[in-house]
Design a protein around this ligand. Structure first.
Ligand code: ATP
Length: 139
């Protein structure tokens, strides 16, 4: 069992969080939107309302307790990048980030994060593989 922090509880972030919980891990979910933090408070280990672009607010969280921090802020590239810089500043080493565009990917690739995630592309590959092997339907 490990502990994870997921920043951004949109469709991608909450799906990842709930699956980690399902797999037996503990998850801290963070969102700037208090409605989302409240909505998922009982589903996740804990939820926090925090602006991930706020360096001081982020420094107050115990981010080092996490095996990995997943940045699931997609649309607002500026917020995603500032969040990554804050995590770097806190010496978080295992950072996984969802990228929404090529520009986002290019900048992230210079920031030395552990993994850049492209949900649509990665899912497209998995769907093609599932169509190629219709007997295996585990995507
Ligand atoms: P998805 O496709 O997964 O629904 P998305 O790629 O459209 O998400 P957004 O909806 O822009 O991405 O962001 C995901 C979540 O991140 C939202 O719930 C939003 O409130 C949250 N978020 C955005 N900016 C910040 C921030 N500065 N700090 C914390 N959370 C944030």
């Amino acid at each position: 069992m490990a502990h994870f922090t997921v920043i951004g509880l949109g469709r991608f972030g909450i799906t990842t969080s709930l699956e980690l919980i399902h797999l037996g891990h503990t998850v801290t979910g963070i969102d700037i939107d208090e409605k989302l933090a409240e909505q998922y408070a009982s589903d996740l280990t804990q939820t926090l309302i925090c602006d991930a672009t706020d360096e001081r607010a982020m420094a107050e969280l115990s981010l080092h307790d996490s095996e990995a921090v997943i940045v699931a802020i997609g649309e607002d590239m500026q917020a995603s990048l500032l969040c990554v810089l804050n995590l770097k500043h806190e010496n978080v080493s295992n950072i996984w980030v969802k990228a929404n565009s090529q520009a986002h990917h290019t900048i992230l690739s210079k920031l030395d994060v552990a993994r850049i995630i492209h949900p649509e592309e990665e899912m497209g590959v998995r769907v093609a593989q599932a169509l190629n092997y219709p007997m295996v339907n585990d995507y």
